[in-house]
Ligand binder design. Structure first.
Ligand SMILES: C[S@@+](CC[C@H](N)C(=O)[O-])C[C@H]1O[C@@H](n2cnc3c(N)ncnc32)[C@H](O)[C@@H]1O
Length: 281
């Protein structure tokens, strides 16, 4: 019998039309691991769904089911193996870079690939960049590989993420540019990175507003760019984020360079980004 071409075909005898549609959009592929979210009504069919995913995507070694939301300060999630090898570590390729990750210990989403590359393309030669919430180093490494920054200070509080970041810096041969720093972004900036940065990334929408003052502290006096990630709700997708920034950067001239939706989180909720140029007043 020939291999099924897609998940719908592989599960045609097991699931209803409606169930097939749900499954079709509910997974990510990270390296050789698929991560799937299943509705409660599908839990009793999880092994069949896992096996079907492996049949359709022949390079997969493992299928994990996400059993909790992304949660806590480190933005991790609970996972259960539903097919293939018992493992949670893999290496994901993105825009010519390799990222080693343990999905049970660190945050990683392949859905941010476009946004990461978009930011990397904006970096100008000789810039000093601070990535306040760097995870396993994806944004920082892409910048070092696709642009020519002088330094990218890459901070994360999760020691597992920093361990993988160190590996990824070595694997991608960017150790002269990307500097991994374990710690709380606010403390690290206060102690080492005040008035040092031309560009600052804040890729943690849950806490970006709480850390905006620290980001301002890290900007060079002549000013620079802040990529401010936040949540936005229809109908006013960007205005509350922009109002927040304007109300909290009184010593700076704020210019909005670009605003965009990064991804959708629900019927009316979006992950948004504002690219801001903050100059002296
Ligand atoms: C949404 S993840 C972003 C990961 C990364 N930028 C990427 O694209 O994969 C946010 C990261 O911020 C880290 N984090 C949370 N609070 C922090 C803090 N106060 N200081 C530094 N890092 C923090 C978490 O451990 C997590 O790795």
């Amino acid at each position: 019998m020939s291999e099924p071409r897609n998940l719908q075909e592989a599960l045609a005898d097991e699931l209803s039309e409606e169930e097939l549609q749900q499954v079709g959009t509910s997974f990510d592929i990270v390296g050789d691991i698929a991560v799937i979210k299943l509705a409660d009504s599908l839990l009793e069919k999880k092994e069949k769904i896992g096996k079907a995913l492996m049949e359709v995507h022949g390079h997969l070694s493992t299928v994990l089911m996400q059993t909790s939301p992304v949660k806590g300060e480190y933005r991790t999630r609970d996972l259960e193996v539903i097919a293939g090898k018992e493992k949670t570590e893999t290496t994901h390729k993105e825009h010519g870079c390799s990222f080693k990750v343990d999905l049970s210990k660190v945050y990683f989403s392949p859905r941010l690939a476009h946004e990461r590359f978009r930011i990397a393309q904006q970096v100008e030669s000789g810039e000093v960049v601070t990535n306040m919430f760097a995870g396993v180093g994806c944004y920082s490494i892409l910048m070092a590989r696709h642009a020519d920054p002088e330094k990218v200070y890459s901070i994360d509080k999760n020691s597992d993420a920093v361990e993988y970041m160190r590996d990824n810096i070595r694997i991608n041969k960017v150790s002269d540019v990307v500097i991994p720093i374990e710690g709380d972004a606010r403390n690290v900036i206060e102690e080492h990175l005040q008035e040092k940065s031309d560009r600052i990334l804040m890729p943690l929408p849950e806490f970006a507003r709480d850390f905006f003052d620290a980001a301002l502290q890290s900007l060079k006096p002549k000013g620079g760019i802040i990529h401010f990630y936040d949540y936005g709700e229809e109908p006013q997708l960007f205005q509350p984020s922009f109002n927040f920034v304007q109300n909290n950067s009184s010593s700076r001239e704020v210019d909005l360079l670009e605003k965009r939706v990064v991804r959708s989180y629900g019927p009316n909720l979006y992950h948004v980004v504002l690219d801001l140029d903050l100059g002296p007043k």
